[in-house]
Structures are given as C-alpha cells and as structure tokens.
Design a protein around this ligand. Structure first.
Ligand code: HEC
Ligand code: HEC
Length: 304
C-alpha cells in the first residue's frame, strides 16, 4: 500500500474510533448525581399509593391475568407487544433476589427518571421513563416507600423477545439523546393550578402520551401530534385522539371525561375497552380532584 493510502486508512480508523468514542460519551447512561436523591426524609405512604395508581405500574408489572388484590403483586411477565418486539416487564416486587428488594432509592429513582438500570445499563423506553422523567423527587420517594410495603414474589419474568438490532441496549443511548426530555409537551397556562396539576399527571406519572401519541420510525413521539391518536400496538383499531379536535371526545364536557375516568362509561353508556380498561381502573383509585385536573388539561390542549 502507498504512503497516501496508509495515511488515508489510518485517518479513517482514527475517525471511526473518535466517532464511536463520541457516540459512547454522548449516549452513555447518565444517572443523577447521588445528592439528587439525598435528604428526602421519610416517605409519605398514602401519597405513595396515590402516585402508584397515577403511574399505572400494575398495568405492566402485575402477573398476566392478575385481578383485584393480586394486581399489587408486581411479579412481572405480562407480554407487552410493540413494533420492536415483545417486552416482558420484570419483577419489581420487594423480593431481594427476584425483584427490587435490594435496590436503593437512588437506583430506583435513576431507573424511573433517567432509564438507567441497577447495573448502570440503559433501560428500554417501553418502560415509560420518558414520561416518568417529569416526576418530582418527592413523588419518587413516596412511591418507593409505598412499593416496599407490597407483597414479594419470587417470579422471574422471561427475557424480552427482540430481534436484532433492537436487542442491543447500548443503542438506546441514541434514542435517549434524541428523545429523553423532561420539558413540557405542550404550552398550557401554568399559572392555573388545576391545569398545571393536570399537565403533571398526564405528561408525567399518567404517561397518557405513551399510547395516545403517534411515534416515528425510531420510536420518538411526533411532537406536533401530542395525544392526537396512534396505531394500536396490539394490532386492532387505533388508540383514539383525546384532544379537543377528536371526533369522539371532542364533544365531551370536562365532567364527561371525569366520569369516564371514574366509572369507565362514555356519555353514550359505552364501556371502556382494550388497554384503557387497566388505565381506567387505576384512575378510579385517585382522588376526584386528580381526575378533574386531567380533564381540565385535556380540554385545554390545542385541537389535533
Ligand atoms: C407500559 C408498561 C410499563 C409501565 C406502565 C411500567 N413499567 Fe416498569 N418496566 C417496563 C418494562 C418493559 C421494563 C423493562 C425495561 C428493560 O428491560 O430495559 C420495566 C422496568 C422497570 C424497572 C427496572 C427493573 C429492573 O429489574 O431493571 C423498574 C424499577 C420499573 N420498571 C418500575 C416501574 C414503576 C415504579 C412503574 C409505575 C410508576 C412502572 N415501572 C410502570 C414496563 C412498564
Ligand atoms: C396502555 C395504553 C393507554 C394509556 C397509557 C392510556 N390510554 Fe386512554 N385509551 C387507550 C385505548 C386503547 C382507548 C380506547 C378505549 C376503547 O376502545 O374503549 C383509550 C381511550 C381513552 C379515552 C376515551 C376516548 C374515546 O374516544 O372513547 C380517554 C378520555 C382516554 N383514553 C384518556 C386517557 C388518559 C387521560 C390517560 C392517562 C392518564 C390515558 N388515556 C392513558 C389506551 C391508553
């Protein structure tokens, strides 16, 4: 090989190494500094229970088919279909070996808001930390306290069933770089306490956008179509538009939305179906003021 070719080649190798290094540096797991989780004091367990229902943890982490009190056993293993493959949410019960019994608050908090696992690995955003990233440290501390009072399970969930390249956790850093943000999704009048509360619940713990907002090919939200409806990952039909521009709920009053979230009945006495059934059960456990805040926020959204 001539000198020029050798130099060109080593230049390319160097570029690739620098490029890979830069990618790694930009996208490496980024937990909060330890001080972020210090000094939070004793958790408020009643508040933690409220956060638990708002966050819908049991919808994904309960065992397949679990009903009533069995929904409090976060044993994992319920298949979660997505365009990228099937995820099996893990056991997050307080069991020391199979679950999160040996985790610290900081480890839990970094999983919830930074998508970083106990061993420092990137977590898949099918765990909706892209929404939970908006949760306050107080809510995380209270939730963690409450979760530690729940029953233990020794169940081990099956591994995720994901084809190449989606089985490579390292690549999730690229997704985070593009899409992980705790910025507001839309502008609403944050001076209105009820709207601000609704925004927090819907965009944060309630993670409503994870189902109701369409995504691009890389799994990021289409930012200008917030809550405007999306294909159903389970295959059938669409997940409805829930903005004021919606053909169905566009004509609902705020109190129609409140009563749907509380009872599961639409104004035409149809009952809630599909993956919204679990969400509605969780919403029914919240104080009425929380459902009212959610409805006020939905009514204040820009129409699709
Ligand atoms: C939409 C489904 C879904 C919901 C809702 C959900 N999770 Fe998860 N969760 C997952 C999936 C899937 C994983 C696995 C992610 C991975 O392997 O990278 C996971 C992982 C986790 C982990 C990391 C566990 C480990 O062993 O690494 C924790 C902690 C966790 N979830 C807590 C919660 C809490 C608390 C809530 C409620 C506030 C919640 N999750 C709600 C799907 C969900
Ligand atoms: C796991 C996916 C999922 C999540 C998360 C979710 N939804 Fe839904 N939602 C659905 C599906 C599916 C339907 C359609 C239900 C049906 O067919 O009866 C629906 C329907 C609705 C409707 C009725 C719309 C209509 O046209 O009938 C409202 C209102 C609603 N959701 C609000 C919310 C709010 C508020 C949140 C967050 C607290 C939320 N949803 C979170 C899947 C979800």
């Amino acid at each position: 090989m001539g000198r020029r070719a050798t130099r060109l080649l080593s230049g390319l190798v160097l570029l690739t190494v620098v490029g890979a290094g830069a990618f790694w540096w930009l996208t490496k797991p980024a937990p909060w500094d330890a001080t972020h989780w210090e000094g939070l004091g004793e958790p408020d367990l009643a508040d933690g229970e409220r956060v638990f229902w708002a966050g819908g943890c049991t919808s994904c982490h309960a065992a397949p088919g679990a009903k009533d009190d069995a929904r409090l056993v976060l044993a994992g293993g319920r298949p979660l279909k997505s365009p990228f493959g099937t995820f099996y949410p893990p056991n997050i019960s307080p069991d020391e070996t199979a679950g999160t019994g040996s985790w610290t608050l900081a480890e839990f908090g970094n999983a919830m808001t930074r998508g970083v696992g106990k061993n420092g690995e990137h977590l898949y955003p099918s765990f909706p930390y892209g929404s939970y990233a908006r949760m306050t440290v107080k809510d995380i501390n209270d939730l963690w306290g409450y979760m530690r009072t729940l029953p233990k399970s020794a169940n081990v969930a099956p591994p995720h069933d994901l084809p190449f390249p989606y089985n490579i956790r390292l690549a999730l850093g690229g997704w985070k770089l593009l899409y992980l943000t705790d910025a507001p999704r839309v502008d609403v009048n944050a001076a209105d306490a009820k709207l601000a509360r609704g925004q927090y619940l819907v965009e944060g713990p309630g993670h409503c956008g994870e189902c109701h907002t369409p995504r691009n090919a890389l799994g990021g939200f289409e930012a200008d179509r917030w809550l405007a409806g999306a294909p159903n990952p389970e295959g059938e039909g669409r997940i409805p538009d829930i903005t004021p521009g919606s053909k169905s709920i566009g004509s609902w009053s705020a109190s129609d939305i409140v009563s749907y979230l509380e009872t599961g009945f639409t104004p035409d006495f149809d009952s809630v179906g599909g993956s919204m059934v679990e969400v509605q059960k969780n919403m029914a456990k919240l104080p009425a003021s929380e459902r009212e805040a959610i409805a006020a926020y939905l009514k204040a959204l820009p129409p699709s």
